[in-house]
Write a protein that binds this ligand. Structure first.
Ligand code: ZN
Length: 505
């Protein structure tokens, strides 16, 4: 290589690495757990022993309380994922700062002490997780913990999550609305392009199960995760400069979202103090979900349980031949005030609620278990578009082809985004929360005062005491009389829907 054009060698790590090797009373583990609890942004990476072709993966670590290897070989083990031997964690707390860098030796730290804190971290809504194509890491990590602690000790979900690949494309000016390019950049390439730093590839495939780890290995592992945070900083700078999060920041600093309101919040997390970060989360983050079958090297024959397979990055696995192309797939003469009206099949009733939240008329079937014919009748009579996940319903010739649409996304938010995009719905901010989520009814014209609301709620609905002295407006559903007000949940929901509906103002 021409030394003149070669990227400069990596500088020594600008931070101290905490190598966590002990359990129980070890000070590094204690520090790690404290940092995790205080963190608002956490970068994650994992290393495992590279698998040699043709050889089965290394056996899982011994179970709890089993410190020795068995002398006799057990029955041939089923195929296994590689065992994760190192987990890198960089925590940045609420007050910003450099971030604490941890390299956690999973062959030494008792996994039982790490599992619950890690699961909490992965799922805490107020902590943004950063990673680079982290789903694979999560699958292996999950398998590693499950092998050691029992099958329930895996990890099902990382949310909210931001992938550095997406940040990279954002920084490169890629249009968010468009699909990401197919080619995937390596982390080394991304670091080189964005940070002008060259990551050593030499150690990437070193044996991460060998102990003791060399100083080089520890530094390499730490840098990998550390630079994720650096790249996130670039991203934050860019959106700050562009003022991309101003509207949602405004929303979180809304007068309703004062500390007194938070007492009423069920989640217990203070969304307001990290308003800026949360607006990034709302707007840009995604989640990683592992399915039951996705956590096994070979798919089992068991039926899918309640957990639905999904991942924002996943290609749709469901074969579909009903892709809408061209103009919005509805005939305005069918009905709706410039917006189509929908009927959501029983499997996607959650979507009906979400559509109502953004002001769209979305009914559910009148009978609890409707026959296909009843569904189609209601669709036709009420001038609706039937939304379904049931491919069989598409076969009925009874409905015009523009009156039934098969929803492909598996989770409510994805489904809402899919319907909004497919039907090209332009949702405005004042449409949000303008319809009764319970019954699809519309609200009274004028809001009620607290006194009127208390009167209206008698024997029917309890208005929490914490809402008194708050000067709130109450809205009543004209159909079912349900009362609504703008509490914490309202504001959280508005934020979520602002981003799903692509509303920016
Ligand atoms: Zn209602």
């Amino acid at each position: 290589m021409d030394p003149a054009t070669a990227p400069p060698p990596p500088p020594p790590p600008p931070f101290a690495v905490h190598l966590v090797t002990g359990g129980g009373s070890s000070p590094e583990l204690a520090l790690l757990l404290r940092s995790l609890a205080a963190a608002r942004v956490v970068a994650l990476d994992a290393e495992w022993k590279p698998r040699r072709r043709g050889t089965p993966a290394a056996a899982a670590p011994a179970g709890p309380g089993d410190g020795t290897s068995p002398a006799t070989a057990p029955a041939p083990a089923p195929p296994q994922f590689p065992t994760v031997t190192l987990l890198q964690v960089v925590c940045r707390s609420g007050d910003g700062g450099e971030g604490e860098v941890f390299v956690v030796d999973l062959l030494a730290v008792p996994l039982a002490e790490l599992w619950a804190p890690l699961r909490d971290l992965f799922e805490r809504p107020d902590v943004l997780k950063l990673g680079f194509r982290f789903k694979q890491d999560l699958v292996y990590l999950s398998a590693t913990f499950a092998a050691a602690l029992g099958r329930d000790a895996g990890f099902g979900r990382v949310e909210p999550f931001l992938d550095v690949t997406n940040i990279y494309y954002y920084l490169k000016g890629h249009d968010r609305q468009k699909k990401l390019p197919k080619e995937t950049k390596s982390l080394a390439t991304i670091c080189e392009e964005l940070l002008s730093i060259s990551l050593s590839k030499e150690l990437q495939c070193s044996d991460w199960s060998c102990r003791p780890l060399s100083e080089g290995q520890i530094q390499y592992a730490a840098l990998d995760a550390y630079y994720l945070l650096d790249i996130f900083d670039l991203f934050q700078q860019k959106i700050t400069m562009e003022g991309k999060c101003s509207s949602t920041t405004e929303l979180t600093s809304d007068r309703h979202c004062s500390s007194s309101v938070i007492e009423c919040s069920s989640s217990g997390y203070d969304i307001c103090s990290g308003g800026y970060l949360m607006s990034i989360v709302t707007k840009y983050s995604e989640k990683i979900l592992l399915t039951e079958s996705g956590t096994k090297p070979r798919s089992s024959r068991r039926k899918e349980k309640t957990k639905l397979p999904t991942n924002a990055k996943c290609k749709d696995k469901v074969a579909c031949c009903t892709e809408w192309q061209g103009p919005p797939p509805w005939d305005p003469s069918i009905g709706g005030d410039g917006y189509p009206k929908f009927l959501c099949d029983v499997m996607i009733e959650g979507l009906a609620k979400h559509l109502r939240c953004v002001g769209i008329d979305a009914a559910i079937p009148s009978p609890k278990k409707p026959e296909p014919r009843e569904l189609l009748n209601q669709t036709y009579k009420e001038g609706r578009i039937l939304l379904t996940r049931d491919v069989k319903l598409l076969k009925y010739q009874y409905l015009a082809s523009n009156q039934v649409y098969r929803v492909k996304s598996l989770l409510k938010h994805g489904q809402l985004a899919e319907v909004i995009n497919t039907f090209q719905l332009k949702i405005s901010k004042d449409q949000l929360m303008s319809r009764c989520t319970k019954c699809n009814g519309s609200f009274i014209q004028k809001p009620l005062t607290l006194e009127e609301a208390v009167e209206a709620s008698k024997g029917f609905q309890v208005i929490p005491l914490c809402l008194f002295n708050r000067n709130l407006e109450f809205w009543k559903c004209t159909n079912c009389n349900q009362l609504y007000w703008e509490g914490t949940q309202y504001h959280n929901a508005v934020q979520k829907f602002l981003s799903v509906c692509n509303i920016s103002d």
